[in-house]
Design a protein around this ligand. Sequence first.
Ligand code: MN
Length: 136
Amino acid sequence: MEFVSKPPSVRGPAEWFTGHVWFDQIVPTDGRAVGRCNVVHFAPGARTAWHRHANGQLLHVTEGVGLTQSRGGEVIVIRPGDSVWCPPGEWHWHGASPDHFMTHLAIWDGLTPGQDGLETEWGEHVTDDEYGRRPA
Ligand code: MN
């Protein structure tokens, strides 16, 4: 048993996110595990771009109030304790609500141990119009 070194927090790149997003990688990408887990912090109004995961992704909300949507579906409010599963290949986005921070765990499988990012395909940003279609 050993402590695992903690890499610096990463700012979510502007090509993949709208607004202020920071995440911490919990599972090291040194090849010892194929499972991936990030703690992701979204400032109010911040969200991912549209994207999809080759192996699907589980989101588990730990703080705040968030929103998520699959392509063609309704915008859903997600709250602390909620877990949502996005199936493999399904286009979706996730983020904070307009007035609250949101933190979630993102848990998914990579393609092979030590390879990071290749399992996620990124698309266009979520427009203000799309984001504004949130439930009342
Ligand atoms: Mn996702």
